[in-house]
Design a protein around this ligand. Sequence first.
Ligand SMILES: *[C@@H]1O[C@H](CO)[C@@H](O)[C@H](O)[C@H]1NC(C)=O
Ligand SMILES: *[C@@H]1O[C@H](CO)[C@@H](O)[C@H](O)[C@H]1NC(C)=O
Ligand SMILES: *[C@@H]1O[C@H](CO)[C@@H](O)[C@H](O)[C@H]1NC(C)=O
Ligand SMILES: *[C@@H]1O[C@H](CO)[C@@H](O)[C@H](O)[C@H]1NC(C)=O
Length: 489
Amino acid sequence: MYLRTILWVLIFCLIGVGAVHFREKKIQEHYKLTAITNETKPEIKWFTQILDHNDRNNKQTWQQRYYAYDKFYDPADPGLVFLLLEGEGTLSDNFVAKSYWIELSKKFKALAFYLEHRFYGESHPTSDFSMNNLKYLTSQQVLADTANFVKGINKQYKLSAHTKWVVFGGSYSGNLAAWFRLKFPKVVYAAVSSSAPLKAKYNFDEYLTVVVKSLRAKAPGVQCDQKVQAAHEELVKRMQESPEVVVKDFKVCKPYSEWSKDDLKYFYSSLTDDFAGLVQYDDVSSVGRKSYNYSINKVCNNIFKDNSPYTALVKFRELSRNLYKQSCFNVDYNNWIGSLKNESLSISPERLWWYQTCLEFGYFQTSDKVVSFFGNYFPIDYFEKICKSAYGERFTKKFSESGIAKTNHYYGGADINGSRILFVHGSIDPWHVLGVTESRPNMPRIYIKGSAHCADMYQQEDGDSKEINNARKKIKCYLEKWLHRKTVQ
Ligand SMILES: *[C@@H]1O[C@H](CO)[C@@H](O)[C@H](O)[C@H]1NC(C)=O
Ligand SMILES: *[C@@H]1O[C@H](CO)[C@@H](O)[C@H](O)[C@H]1NC(C)=O
Ligand SMILES: *[C@@H]1O[C@H](CO)[C@@H](O)[C@H](O)[C@H]1NC(C)=O
Ligand SMILES: *[C@@H]1O[C@H](CO)[C@@H](O)[C@H](O)[C@H]1NC(C)=O
């Protein structure tokens, strides 16, 4: 959906829940999914939601969008509701049709809902995204929305007091799912949290370290990481000697004579984003990259193995450009900052997500630990500057760090102390670094070897690894145990 190249913070589960490049990239790139059947076709509904849960005197409300699926629900055997939380994206019925969550809803005969996050998609609490309105965009308001939603639905559907709600989410909304169970244990019975970066961190320099490691691990014998390193060295050299030729090779939209210093940083950071996106969504069948041969193994073997490193890098950019449907390679930093500052409702959700990261989470994937692979063009100062440019001078490093410390203090970071929360992580996914690292009593963790961001959240497809399929089975088993229910097969 948001396929323009832009510095985006890659986090989505590539779908409504997902992002593609993170600093570039977007979130939802569900191409060509046609799996919506009558059964998985949602009923689109609106919930009257409170604007400010912190101020009882503020009676303002807004309309929050949700999808309802009541086809699996068995009124003769009621008592179970599955709720999928959207994160920093738009509700996507395509995603749901291909999700494991919908399969589980069927298997458990649950009433199912999929709830949009305030400000994103069509769930607009305010008339624009000015700073005065963005003050209502906090994770705590979102959790309070969710609790109020559960309350409202229980009433609307006349559900019994014994009804058990299970909340699901992936990536940022995986955080929300876990935090919802943590902060509202009486409202929600259990949570399944996939690929959740629970620990907020200003300088998330480990992210790109995992990208490099994963390049090495997933294409044995190709030494892909070394090829990338050599390509970067060659690129830097050529950039000094004949930048106009480089600009032509990479099909950059504007001539080198018009580049600013920031454009140069943006250029390097966008090239890095191609690798980040490649690794983060490696081999997840449902995200529509297969026909582009866009997986670590394919890219390393088809492109980096036999070409000279620089040529390989050019070819890889070409492939990414095609995948993301970019007519040329946009490196215009100021133009991008302009779009982050734009307060219009019709602007891409980037303004919202960057705001949340600058305020509460950080997650900035700096180049600090991977200088020899991708250069040192986007250290933490680069991100501080983005926060300040987009949201005002008050968004200094110190300001963000203090917000992040509050987040970790309030939710417990990776040491979250809850119960009946299932965490799922993939070893290839760079975000796993910020997640829980081990199972704890009543908070099991499934670690999927070789798997990418949110891979467990999609329905099973041909070509999925044994490890991912096993993880899906385990998720079902934990739910059977916690809910004291057996599913058919
Ligand atoms: C889906 O629903 C429509 C209208 O309710 C109906 O005409 C159609 O036959 C259904 N399709 C299937 C495959 O059940
Ligand atoms: C992907 O690989 C297959 C077989 O190796 C090839 O036929 C196809 O053209 C490739 N697709 C793209 C978009 O390069
Ligand atoms: C903000 O974005 C909207 C929608 O894309 C556009 O119409 C408007 O001109 C932009 N405003 C500014 C100040 O750039
Ligand atoms: C976790 O929470 C429980 C219940 O609130 C409490 O008894 C326990 O001490 C907490 N554990 C830690 C390590 O904080």
